[in-house]
Design a protein around this ligand. Sequence first.
Ligand code: ADP
Ligand code: MG
Length: 733
Amino acid sequence: MEMEMEVEEEQVPREPPKIHRLEESVVNRIAAGEVIQRPVSAVKELVENSLDARSSSINVVVKDGGLKLIQVSDDGHGIRYEDLPILCERHTTSKLSAFEDLQSIKSMGFRGEALASMTYVAHVTVTTITKGQLHGYRVSYKDGVMEHEPKACAAVKGTQIMIENLFYNMSARRKTLQNSADDYSKIADLLSRFAIHHISVSFSCRKHGAARADVSSVATLSRIDAIRSVYGVSVARSLMKVEALDKDPSSSVFQMDGFISNSDYVAKKITMVLFINDRLVDCTALKRALEIVYAATLPKASKPFIYMSIILPPEHVDVNVHPTKREVSLLNQEVIIEKIQSVVESRLRSSNETQTFQEQTVEPSSSCQMVSSKDSNRNPSTSAGSKLQKVPVHKMVRTDSLDPAGRLHIYLQAESRGHLERNPSLTAVRSSVRQRRNPKETADLTSIQELIAEIDRNCHPGMLDIVRHCTYIGMADDVFAVLQHDTHLYLANVVNLSKELMYQQVLRRFAHFNAIQLSSPAPVKELIVLALKEGDTNPESTENDELNEKIAEMNKELLEQRADLIEEYFSIHIDKDGNLSRLPVILDQYTPDMDRVPEFVLCLGNDVDWEEEKKCFQVISAALGNFYAMHPPMLPNPSGDGLQFYRKGKSFRNTGESLSCNTATDDVMTEDEIEHELVAEAETAWAQREWSIQHVLFPSLRLFFKLPNSMATNGTFVRVASLEKLYRIFERC
Ligand code: ADP
Ligand code: MG
């Protein structure tokens, strides 16, 4: 290295170069090159000036991608005659006088540099008229100064600025731009963006000589109308409104509203139109964050279309960090991004859920044949001929008729054939989401507030950050998930976590649930009989049947009496015939395992003390939590030891003996020894559960969960390793 340098110095012996002052015109041209990087940057500055001049109509004409001509005409307040001589000097502006004003600047321009810059790299002609004048003036500029006295001329209201031969004196830049064909489309794209934000202004953009404008919008009151007219019907149709508001000065103060695409929208590239305090800007961090949300929530969907307008106190935005004011920096940027991210995420989830429900095709009941571990003596071969299709994991069940309905069906079939014959479509539990807002204000229920306050009080402060920022790695076994946070690995009990999360969410959504509608209601009494039978030590015997019937009847009557309450507050609907017909949506995109309905209904009937309000709500919420928790499916996991369960005609299945009794002596099972339909069904159930754990449970935990103190010590959430230590160990090996 040193030698090389010496050689070079020997070859080129040199005196230190002399420092001299650059000519002002050179300085200005360099600066101009920064502000006006391409034709589109000139258009942006000019349109912003027109907006600052309170125009209601702005029209742009472009020739040769802007290199020959850019002409922006507006109907704004115009420029005073006496200001024309200094209009295009550097640092002349009507918008800012003291530096402190920058803090609260509302106009888009403030540096007084744009017009000046243009005169250093192009020929600029301004025609303008102010209110009350009989005629306007036209004047041309070069290198910051007027080329001649303003000439009186006829003019319509406002200002027209013409930029000709852009970069005529910067041949390198001109050459690179000449080779690129897409400058006009960049300009049209820019105008489209302005048009959907400033909806009270009409915009147009056309090529010089063209009869039709490529962008044209009329002033409107409706944002979605503006988007429709600029981006087209199909884009507008697949958009959803999003909003967020934060008024808490200790975290962030902002207001966001926008439109985001749903899963119907198809595009190869993200379109992100972002305005912060009415300035069109880029915010790479936010864009990235939203792309991630889309990829995680709508795995198969295309890149999104996002229009977003964020309003912050002006003093929270530093607009002066970039020469073209394109990137801005915000106070509390991370907090704001996180909040927006979570709003978008839950919006997507709820929309996707509606879609999932709509798209569902309900299989005829024959294909829902199902044998649960409880009714092991039923011959599973009756399910032959059923066609369990392979569904891509992300589309799997959740509410799929193949699974939950099938199980419920079998339970009911065992006990109430008569009912089923009257109601053969019971298996086809078609779910649908119905927006159900309770008109009654429930925030004043102190019992609920107290229960929520208890959650907050019991929250483990140290674990909050871990839960918020952990990454899901996979399932270690049927119950524990492996998580990573920083360099630490954790094991988390998903059953406990989901149970508690559901409980917390029930309280938070109290009286404001969307509903899962069962197309065929399930008879409460029979569900309770089933649950009681499950609890019996000997399910085969009939000696308790009569007693069970009685208990079930009593519980059913009790629940019917309380139907109004559980309907109103929990969206659990029991109709007048004693059938369960609706359940609440606790986490968007998730429906519970219907195998657990009987147990849940029994718990409602048995365990709730209806007299004491707080206790009553707490127990119902906990029962829902237990019902909706992500328990391992009842069918054993066929990957691994559980496969033994699916062996045809093996006696252990009937005796219910432990699965591990089947040892290596049995060797490998041959293909036709395996109950394939059942295996497929079990695989679906397990894959679906894992999907839910990854895509519903953990994202929701990150957003909503308050980890109770107890879970930090009871083995629900344990740190198992630190990667640093592991690496150190590996290094030694
Ligand atoms: P800035 O916008 O930062 O003030 P510019 O160089 O873009 O600087 O413009 C200089 C001044 O020219 C503005 O402050 C404004 O007073 C005036 N101006 C420019 N364009 C227009 C327009 N279309 N209508 C009215 N006034 C304009
Ligand atoms: Mg300006």
